[in-house]
Every structure is written in C-alpha cells, then in structure tokens.
Design a protein around this ligand. Sequence first.
Ligand SMILES: Nc1ncnc2c1ncn2[C@@H]1O[C@H](COP(=O)(O)OP(=O)(O)O)[C@@H](O)[C@H]1O
Ligand SMILES: [Mg+2]
Length: 250
Amino acid sequence: MKLENGIAPILEIKDLKKTFGGNEVLNGFNLELYKGENLVVMGKSGAGKSVMIKCLVGLMRANSGSIKIKDQDITQLRQEDLDILRTHIGFLFQGSALYDSMTVRENLLFPLRRHKKRLQLKEKSETLVREALSNVGLEHTIDLMPAELSGGMQRRVALARALILKPEIILYDEPTTGLDPITSKEIIQLMRNVQDTYDTSSLIITHDVDCARVISNRMILLVDGINYAEGTFPELSNSKDPKVQAFFKN
Ligand SMILES: Nc1ncnc2c1ncn2[C@@H]1O[C@H](COP(=O)(O)OP(=O)(O)O)[C@@H](O)[C@H]1O
Ligand SMILES: [Mg+2]
C-alpha cells in the first residue's frame, strides 16, 4: 500500500507493542503516513487507538517497536529534541481539552509561548491567534471562556490551537465523537479545508464510519492489536472478511 513512487513516509510505526500488565493492547502494529494524505485508523472502543497515538507523541512509552517521525526515532530522542519535533505535530486530543480557566485567546497563546522562539515565527502572536481563529470561523470568540462556547465551537477552537504552529502533521483522536451530526459535518469540512490550505499530513483516529468515508484517502483497521487490514474506504467496505465487514455494518 505504498502511495507514491519511492517517497519515504513522513511518519512510520513499525512492530509497535504495548502491554499493561497482562493486557496486550498493541501486538505488532505498523503504519505509514505519507505527505499530504488523510490516513484514517479505525478500531473498536478499547482497541488501542489512543494508546497508539500517545506512543506516537511520546506521552506513553511502548514496550518495543520503532516510531519514526521525519526520519527521527522518537523512542530514542532526548526530551529536548522530542520537544522540537513536537512543534511539527498538531494534536487534537479526544474531547477538546481546552484550559477552562483561560480565554480562547490565552488557550491559543499557550503553544505559541512555549515554542515561538524556537520556531522563529515573525508574525505577532495576536496576528497568529486571529488567523488561526478565522480559519475555523471563530474570530469573534477570542475573549470568551470555553464554558461560554458550544461543544462544537470548543472543538473548533481546539483545532485552531492545534494549527497555530502550522504543523506538518496533525493527529486527530476521535474528532467527531460526542458531537451531533451537523456539528460533526462542520468539523469534518474544517479538517478537509485545513488539509487543502496547508497540505498537512493527517492521521485521524475514529470509529465514525461517515467521517472515515468523507475524509480518508486510505484506511487502516486496528484489530487484535495489529494493522489487520489496509485499503481505501471502497476497498475495505466491500471486503468479504467478516472482521472487516463488522466495521461497516450499522
Ligand atoms: N494508562 C493505562 N493503564 C492501563 N491500561 C490502559 C491505560 N491506557 C489504556 N489502557 C488500556 O488499553 C486498552 C486500549 O485503550 P485505548 O487506546 O484508550 O482504546 P481506544 O481504542 O478506545 O482509544 C484498554 O483496554 C485500556 O483499558
Ligand atoms: Mg480512544
């Protein structure tokens, strides 16, 4: 399932294993993400999707396996280098995970304060905050508190925050979970706009079949701790394999 002629993936997971006590969650999981693609990973609840993404950003340590991002093995990096690498990655956590006690502006300033010097961004912080908010259609909420926003708006602010450093890679963990169908559609549309505008590479974890259909260029099904099946949405949804079919039945 290599996408393009000999081009190396921007992100690569090889033979990833992660256990908690006797619970084998990831059992040799593999994944390659190529530049500019939207790769969807689907798996049942508890399959290990969030564990996989946490290993990816170094929030959790795997038992074994390698994770390369932009040719650097993150399992071998020092904290300092990991921090630098993380500035290339936007991460939309499950839920919106905004800071409750900060305004929208302060939420967006947070990653900027941490990384601005290192990134040598020339624009003023306020300009970047406004630009990021206007990308998600929410410039008018800049002085509001998260509690004053609807769930969908909070998710959009979280997306703006993930984008403010103009990352090359965006990781989405269940971006539409808990949202009503109309708001889900809005978020999916925004994710597509982001990819068109910035040519980002996105890894999207979801169990939302509609989201996967609309957004994926390619998909991986995480079953029994491994990349059980890979292919496009039409390929997988027409599979005869019962374990694959199970994902597409309502
Ligand atoms: N910090 C942890 N300690 C122990 N078990 C965990 C921890 N995080 C996740 N797990 C277990 O790993 C499995 C996969 O969890 P998770 O990756 O969150 O699933 P999902 O695919 O729904 O995101 C579950 O059985 C969960 O109980
Ligand atoms: Mg999860």
